[in-house]
Design a protein around this ligand. Structure first.
Ligand SMILES: [Zn+2]
Length: 300
């Protein structure tokens, strides 16, 4: 019996994380397999179809992807990590392969589906205005306004990774200098740590920062300030107070938070620390597929 069984897939550059969930948020099944992106679009499509079948898809499928999405055409237009998918008629091929109505298959940016997941069942539940920042290889953002995902006119809203925090700073993949992504992604933080001669990975860096004052704590304070300066642009524009920190590096939210608050308050007029609600995202690696599963219901 698969009625009310929503299937969501979070397609990453290396892994496919997917699951089935009931309309009331009861998690029914979960699986994770290799994406095998290098084998090309057709092989990737087969892997996605196989996952959806295993999860018992019968009525709707949502898919989160790390890249820019054309919702009307149902395809990925640009994605550095999923290059073979650019321009591939993904929604229609998925629908055909699974025997679903194309209107019941939705594709959305991965940071946006993570925000949707956190708003539905995670740390942003009950917040009608919230911003979920995703710290990974890059920096993504998803914006909830009036309890709904807000994507802007062409779906590019909340791309906070490319807001400029340090004019003249490091060169970003987008061609600008000093984007938030070049300063505070997991990748950028690892680079900053190695420039300071700090060894170990980000988990060790965060643990060190938690334990004692020193170079690791100072660095994460500075990375947090950069995040806060970027988030201040959202706060100023929308009078938004609830920020969730997610993605792999989001596990360091506790040690980043003092810096985030400083950066936000430095760039926001008329706020106090008490006005801010900065919290870790709570669904971890499940936020993406859970939000993706919600996509079709969201647009009904
Ligand atoms: Zn950029």
């Amino acid at each position: 019996m698969n009625a009310g069984r929503l299937v969501g897939i979070d397609l990453g550059g290396t892994a496919i994380k997917a699951g089935a969930i009931s309309a009331t948020g009861e998690r029914l099944d979960r699986l994770e397999v290799q994406a095998e992106v290098s084998r090309g679009a057709e092989a990737l499509l087969e892997n996605l179809i196989e996952c959806a079948r295993q999860l018992g898809v019968t009525e709707s499928l949502g898919l989160g992807v790390p890249g820019l999405v054309d919702r009307e055409a149902g395809l990925v237009t640009q994605s550095p990590n999923l290059a073979p998918l650019a321009g591939f008629p993904l929604r229609d091929r998925l629908a055909k392969g699974l025997g679903l109505d194309p209107a019941r298959v939705r594709i959305e940016n991965d940071a946006n589906v993570a925000a949707l997941g956190e708003h539905w069942l995670g740390g942003a539940q009950g917040e009608n205005l919230a911003f979920v920042i995703t710290l990974g290889t890059g920096v993504g953002g998803g914006l909830i306004i009036d309890d709904k995902l807000f994507v802007g006119e062409r779906g590019l809203a909340a791309e906070i990774g490319h807001t400029i925090v340090e004019p003249g700073g490091p060169l970003c993949g987008c061609g600008n200098h000093g984007c938030l992504e070049t300063l505070a992604s997991a990748t950028a933080t690892a680079r900053r740590a190695s420039e300071l001669g700090l060894g170990g990975d980000l988990k060790q860096l965060s643990a060190e920062a938690r334990q004692r004052p020193g170079a690791a704590r100072d660095l994460l304070l500075e990375v947090g300030r950069d995040l806060g300066r970027g988030l201040a642009q959202v706060a100023v524009l929308l009078d938004l107070r609830c920020f969730l920190v997610g993605g792999g590096f989001g596990a360091a939210c506790d040690v980043l938070k003092p810096g985030i608050e400083e950066g936000l308050l430095e760039r926001c007029y008329g706020r106090t620390r008490e006005d801010l609600r900065i919290r870790p995202a709570s669904l971890g690696p499940d936020a993406g597929w859970i939000g993706a599963a919600r996509l079709v219901r969201e647009s009904d």
